[in-house]
Design a protein around this ligand. Structure first.
Ligand code: FAD
Length: 380
């Protein structure tokens, strides 16, 4: 282990923890610095959909191979994580059901379905009657559907909590209430990070600070990741776990619903460009509840458990920023995962840890470097 680099990770969300776990397990000295409590950022706010297939729409080709690869790694990742942490992560494998309520919805669904089939993504067209057979409590207005059987879900809060345990069991050190003020870099090479005015030395620094990733000082302008907060509002209601109203992840025209095994039904979600405004709004909640109620009328009887907001880390093209940065040796980015960060956790952890351990970039990671924005940087 003596030859392994020491690593400082900025951010204790699902991405920082997963990379930290992989590196600590490989024998690196790893310190994660978290400004608040680990796992309370976007990783807490997410719905946990692993929707690589259903989300594939014309125009998003760059991201698709990474999403499909990560989706295929989730089962093994979850099993390994549960064994390493001794905690369940709530992976459910009923798949995702997309429903259409109007003829317009049917046409949009048909275009996306044909596009996905053309790419070899497993997805099945269903009649209204078949939809009702799968989910009997859906509105009678559900006229057709598509089942995307490999788009599963994980309980992101449990997964993040398990990663924290696995990371610490592997020997990693987690420092909470420890905001990183700056990357300590000199002559084009990192020396570590600055935390609470004190320098912490490390061979490599991983920037995994989610929506906050551009706020860390000490980097030349060209190395600052262009990440912005993309606000999302979500809420949850409590189903009877013995007789749940829904079992599949459901995509309706105006909302999505994610049923957890304990009966929690997550209803989401808004996507808003509002900077750091974290307010729950009447309009946001109304839109989500109305969309959900039109699809699954029985929710009107259910108790609201929770309402919350979070910030997706959106990059300039909404694809993640992964890997080394020209001009700052030792700095590695793992941010900008936007609405796919839970889905992309296994592949991100493997690719980023693999790069740190071997110095080689996997071809899967290469399209996601910061350098893809170099040509447009001046215009930004
Ligand atoms: P975060 O979890 O935000 O972690 C970043 C951490 O860095 C935070 O804990 C923060 O406190 C810390 N930090 C920031 N600055 C500093 C600093 N200076 N020093 C130290 N620590 C710092 N993805 C999916 O795949 N499926 C979904 O269904 C899904 N639904 C979503 C729904 C909503 C409403 C939202 C908001 C997101 C959703 N996402 C989903 C996206 C997913 O949540 C994110 O992409 C993912 O959690 C990003 O993980 P992260 O670790 O990079 O960010």
């Amino acid at each position: 282990a003596g030859a392994r680099p020491s690593v400082a990770i900025i951010g204790g969300g699902i991405i920082g923890l997963a990379i930290g776990w992989r590196l600590a397990a490989a024998g690196c000295r790893v310190d994660i610095f978290e400004k608040g409590r680990a796992g309370q950022g976007a990783s807490h706010a997410a719905a946990g959909m692993l929707a690589a297939g259903a989300e594939a729409e014309p125009g998003e080709q760059r991201l698709l191979p990474l999403c499909l690869e990560s989706r295929s790694r989730w089962r093994g990742f979850a099993a390994e994580l549960e064994a390493a942490s001794g905690q369940p992560v709530g992976l459910r494998d009923e798949g995702t059901l997309i429903v259409a309520l109007t003829r317009d919805d049917v046409e949009v669904m048909r275009v996306n379905h044909q596009f996905q089939r053309g790419l070899g993504i497993e997805s099945h067209w269903l009649t209204g009657a078949q939809v009702k057979e799968l989910e009997p409590f859906l509105t009678p207005r559900a006229v057709a559907g598509v089942l995307s059987p490999l788009d599963n879900q994980v309980d992101n809060r449990r997964a993040t909590a398990a990663l924290r345990v696995a990371f610490e069991r592997a020997g990693g050190r987690l420092h909470e209430d420890s905001p990183v003020e700056a990357v300590d870099a000199e002559a084009g090479r990192v020396r570590g990070v600055v935390v609470g005015g004190r320098a912490h030395a490390a061979d490599m620094v991983v920037l995994a600070a989610g929506a906050w990733s551009r706020q860390i000082a000490g980097l030349p302008a060209a190395a600052v990741p262009p990440v912005r907060p993309v606000k999302g509002q979500l809420l949850s209601v409590a189903m009877d776990p013995a007789a749940p109203l829904l079992r599949h992840v459901l995509w309706a025209p105006k909302c999505y619903m994610v049923p957890r095994a304990d009966g929690t039904l997550i209803i989401g979600g808004t996507t808003e460009e509002k900077g750091w405004d974290d307010s729950l709004t009447a309009g946001g909640v109304l839109a989500m509840l109305e969309g959900a109620w039109r699809t699954l009328p029985g929710i009107e009887e259910l108790r609201i458990s929770e309402m919350w907001t979070g910030f997706r880390p959106g990059s300039r093209d909404d694809a993640p920023l992964l890997g080394p940065v020209a001009g700052v040796d030792g700095l590695v980015l793992a941010t900008g995962h936007h609405r796919n960060g839970i889905l992309l956790t296994p592949v991100t952890a493997d690719l980023v840890a693999g790069f740190i351990l071997t110095g080689r970039q996997d071809p899967l990671m290469q399209p996601f470097g910061l350098d893809r924005f170099a040509a447009t940087a001046a215009a930004a």
